[in-house]
Design a protein around this ligand. Structure first.
Ligand code: ME8
Length: 642
């Protein structure tokens, strides 16, 4: 019998259409689910929508329709985008589904009856967008510590969950299961910032609005949206305290909950405690993926800088967007999205490397052998290609099992690049001119087709449509993951299909102009810094928000294709950061190494020309000259500057 694998995404809020950041999550989870299916697991992949809460109730009011009408509309949009992106979920849950509502009510009742939930009064601060309560000391500058927005005072009668009762058991579980929270860095944050200081009882009902699941024994109250939403992972499998469905028995506990880093606290603290209180096993792993940023900002529906997957798909196609998201997002650090980056990735990797390889190979097979695949050959110069293919298959599996999609894809692209190099090395067009080398020509093309077959199998979880097209073009008969255990499973004597371009090269300039024209213009043009005569006065507290340190330049080189940019490794005390700066015209890299510079170390990381930059080097500049700031005396790197 196949081993089971249960994987879930977060359920998206039905407040507005999902942006490309939310879409990243479904694509990431889909790639993992497809990889696991390829490995032979019996996968259950759950996704869905989170439809209750004040924010949604208010959005419906603004739109002049009932909350149910509102969520029906947005849930439909979400499902359409998930389908458009080719996500292979097994079930789509909506928290307004009848079975979910009933199970949540039973869960709430059980926890109340056993004394884990009790009635009290809540007084404090409330953030409507986050649907969360905070005490005065938890606020940051008087605003919500999670999203930075305004909070309202509130006082209401409410039910509370005795979180503290389970705190020690949760600590023990986290210690005994070192892989429970991924990536590792996020685990420390949860333990040190939330668990160690001690848990407060959680307010789990609301009376200030009614768009939620009613508490059956106290009709003025609706269940807190996070208790409602987190339960989806078990209600979708037919769980209720009094009856546990077949799916639940088969698939629970979950193998991995894939969620964004912003909602880790709910999944690594509240959710396990809920399950402990219900007497159910805990999920095996919570993977908190990073954010996708637009420039330096988080993409957010409410900040109005959202990019949508359906718009991108119209321009680039589904698989190109899946590819971009999966290869551009690092495992633990945030990634960025921009049209320039999408086009350059598309042209470099998909059109020039992969598309070109498949097209050239299939066309040559047609031209030189009427499409019939010849016998393999084994020259000394072929060994490296074969080894590279076998290594890519092994490495790709290891990276995918650790959810490192970008690294897995980089292994795959290495094989595509190696295969193109093999064409240059073997020069099939030259072999074709010499009748006595026909057998060698057949063998070379065989190796290329086999290598492309490897690429097709390995790309299946990432770009399913492209993989199918590759298989059709090379006439592959064997497309399983196991078939990559040896090089040479392509069948001689069978025929390839027609060569059809996978990805046509894009004209970057023309495309960017068209995109620019179709973009809504920002309300106000931002002034360039030089044009601003005087910036407004700031307080010492404002200045104190900057973390400035002395850094030592240990390595530096030019950023390919950007004549103003240097990418440098800067040692700052115990750590080494990568920083991109626009100083290449004033500082050749070899002269820059060894300098002590002033670095802003608490800037959000960004990508410049696709290269990660984790800070900023300060420099004085006017139109003609540029000079980096340094320290007057020799101070050790890592020294604080104030
Ligand atoms: O949080 N980049 O829903 P949601 C990457 N309903 N991921 C992002 C992102 C970005 N820019 N913005 C959001 C909720 N996400 C709750 C979940 S689960 C029981 C309840 C991720 O629609 C976010 O971290 O705001 C979350 O995992 C998912 O998208 C849905 O976000």
């Amino acid at each position: 019998m196949k081993e089971k694998y249960y994987i879930t995404t977060a359920i998206a809020y039905t407040s507005r259409k999902p942006h490309i950041g939310n879409t990243y999550e479904i694509v990431l989870t889909d790639a993992i689910a497809r990889h696991k299916r390829q490995e032979g697991y019996d996968v259950f992949f759950l996704t869905g929508t989170d439809e209750h809460g004040q924010k949604i109730g208010e959005a419906a009011k603004e739109a002049g329709i009932t909350p149910q009408q509102y969520v029906d509309g947005v849930a439909g949009e979400i499902k359409d985008i998930w389908d458009l992106m080719g996500s292979s979920y097994n079930h789509f849950i909506r928290t307004t589904d009848d079975y979910h509502v009933k199970s949540v009510q039973k869960i709430f009742n059980k926890l109340y009856e056993q004394g884990d939930i009790y009635k009290g009064e809540y007084e404090g601060w409330y953030c409507v967008p986050c649907e969360s309560f905070f005490t005065q000391s938890q606020l940051v500058d008087g605003c919500c510590p999670d999203c930075g927005r305004e909070v309202k005072t509130t006082k209401e009668e409410a039910y509370f969950f005795k979180m503290s009762k389970y705190q020690d058991r949760l600590m023990q579980y986290i210690e005994e299961n070192p892989d429970f929270i991924q990536p590792e860095s996020r685990k420390k944050e949860m333990v040190n910032n939330f668990l160690k200081p001690g848990l407060q009882d959680l307010c789990v009902s609301r009376t200030s609005f009614d768009w939620g699941i009613p508490v059956t024994f106290d009709k003025d109250h609706v269940v807190y949206v996070w208790i409602d939403a987190l339960s989806n992972y078990i209600t979708a499998l037919g769980y209720a305290p009094d009856e546990q469905g077949e799916l639940y028995k088969k698939y629970w506990p979950c193998d991995v909950h894939v969620i964004g880093k912003d909602i880790l606290r709910f999944h690594t603290i509240y959710w396990p405690i809920m399950l402990m209180a219900l007497g159910e096993p805990l999920p095996k792993q919570i993977f908190g993926h990073p954010w996708l940023l637009a420039g330096a900002d988080k993409i957010s529906k409410s900040r109005g800088n959202a990019i949508y997957a359906d718009d991108l798909v119209k321009l680039f196609g589904v698989d190109a967007i899946r590819y971009y998201l999966l290869c551009e997002m690092p495992y633990a650090q945030d990634g960025t999205i921009s049209y320039e980056n999408i086009i350059s990735r598309y042209n470099a990797d998909l059109a020039n490397t992969l598309g070109n390889l498949v097209n050239r190979t299939v066309a040559m097979q047609q031209k030189y052998f009427d499409g019939v695949i010849q016998k393999p050959c084994d020259a000394e110069m072929d060994a490296d290609l074969k080894e590279c293919a076998l290594k890519a298959a092994k490495a790709c599996k290891e990276k995918m099992d650790a959810f490192k999609t970008a690294e897995a894809l980089s292994e795959v692209m290495n094989l595509a690049r190696r295969s193109n190099k093999y064409i240059d090395e073997t020069m099939p067009w030259a072999l074709a001119k010499d009748e006595s080398r026909k057998e060698r020509l057949g063998g070379v093309l065989y190796n290329l087709l086999e290598s492309i077959r490897f690429l097709g199998v390995l790309l299946t979880p990432f770009m399913p449509q492209t993989a199918e097209s590759i298989f059709a073009q090379i006439g592959a008969k064997e497309c399983s993951l196991e078939s990559l255990d040896a090089f040479g499973k392509t069948e001689a004597g069978t025929s390839v299909g027609q060569a059809t371009p996978l990805f046509a090269r894009l004209d970057e300039k023309k495309m960017l102009e068209e995109i620019e024209k179709s973009q809504p213009k920002p309300a106000k043009e931002e002034k360039k810094v030089e044009e601003v005569e005087k910036l407004p006065e700031i307080s010492i507290e404002d200045f104190a928000k900057l973390e400035l340190k002395v850094g030592l330049v240990v390595e530096s080189q030019r950023v390919e294709g950007a004549d103003k940019l240097l990418v440098s490794k800067i040692k700052i005390g115990d750590e080494v950061r990568q920083i991109v700066s626009g100083i290449a015209k004033a500082y050749p890299p070899e002269e820059f190494v060894g300098k002590k510079v002033v670095v802003i170390t608490n800037l959000k990381p960004v990508k410049l020309r696709g290269v990660l930059s984790e800070g900023m080097i300060l420099a004085a500049s006017d139109k003609k000259n540029l000079s980096v700031l340094t320290v007057d005396q020799d101070m050790p790197d890592g020294t604080k500057i104030s």
